[in-house]
Design a protein around this ligand. Structure first.
Ligand SMILES: [Zn+2]
Ligand SMILES: [Zn+2]
Length: 295
């Protein structure tokens, strides 16, 4: 089992990034039966992303959403990418006295879709020795739709047609996958996060998500994080996971923990989902090259 989606900081919490924290994550994961981890902090936590991308939200016509996202971004983009990379690589390295981490630690990043800007994002990241880049859609325009509890965000959930939300979300995933910036689609059906989903059959959207991953050679993540949200089920839904399997899309497993206590959370609950879909192996990544791992 892998935990290939881990954040070192909670939202609202600041760095610094420390190798000791990464080692503690590895120890916790190992104790909970996970055999390999990848630390995948949000790209938007770093000043390097701020310098490149700040203001991307200006294209949204809704001034309240622009302001809310600008404030969220400013609160988060405080870290140093170099320090983060050094902390993870430092923890991953075997120390001379034999104090190796209990399980392999990979270096990753969770990267959002910035429409029309992914070439620049890829250029920014090309200079770093990442093992894995997760690709995510957390914003539709300037609407950070998974930030439930923020009144500006929640108002949109009340106002928008849920079918239009899914159309926009799936279109963004299709665009992101086509850029081939990321190796793995994180929480692939995140549009359900608030527990509000279109009535009836989701198959047309699931088919498009599976096709986007398969056609672009992108893997998909099976994540326990949805159980901790109003969606109250894993990402992806069983019907979407079956489609990924049918389309030959490899998968990773993940908790999306933002704190030590949640590292490897729900790993055992993911196993039956994988078995039901017919997955007998997972995909590991080193320096962005996939290779098989045990479930
Ligand atoms: Zn995410
Ligand atoms: Zn995440």
């Amino acid at each position: 089992m892998l935990d290939y989606h881990l954040h070192l900081l909670r939202h609202g919490e600041d760095g610094p990034y420390r190798a000791e924290s990464v080692r503690a994550y590895a120890a916790a994961a190992a104790a909970r039966g996970v055999e390999e981890i990848c630390i995948t902090e949000h790209l938007f936590r770093f000043r390097q992303a701020d310098r490149l991308l700040a203001g991307w939200w200006d294209a949204d016509p809704d001034g309240r959403l622009r302001s809310q996202t600008a404030a969220y971004w400013a609160e988060h983009a405080t870290g140093d990418l170099e320090q983060y990379v050094a902390a993870v690589l430092g923890a991953a390295a075997a120390i001379e006295d034999g104090d190796s981490p209990p399980i392999p630690i990979r270096l990753g990043l969770e990267v959002d879709h910035y429409p029309g800007r992914m070439g620049e994002v890829a250029d920014l990241l090309a200079g770093w020795p990442f093992d894995l880049l997760l690709g995510s859609v957390h914003w539709l325009g300037a609407w950070g739709f998974d930030q439930m509890g923020d009144p500006v965000v929640d108002e949109q959930w009340e106002r928008r047609e849920v079918e239009a939300v899914w159309d926009a979300y799936v279109a963004a995933i299709e665009e992101l996958a086509a850029t081939r910036t990321a190796d793995v689609l994180a929480h692939p059906d995140l549009a359900k996060v608030a527990g509000i989903v279109p009535a009836g059959d989701l198959a047309p959207w699931w088919d498009r998500l599976a096709k986007a991953a398969a056609e672009n050679g992108v893997a998909a993540e099976v994540s326990s994080a949805g159980w901790r949200k109003p969606a109250a089920e894993a990402y992806p839904a069983a019907g979407l996971l079956a489609r990924f399997r049918a389309a030959g899309v490899p998968v990773t497993t993940a908790s999306d923990a933002h704190e030590l206590a949640l590292v490897a959370d729900g790993a055992d609950r993911l196993r039956p989902l994988l078995a039901a879909a017919g997955y007998t192996e997972l995909s590991g990544f080193e320096r962005r090259h996939p290779s098989p791992r045990a479930v």
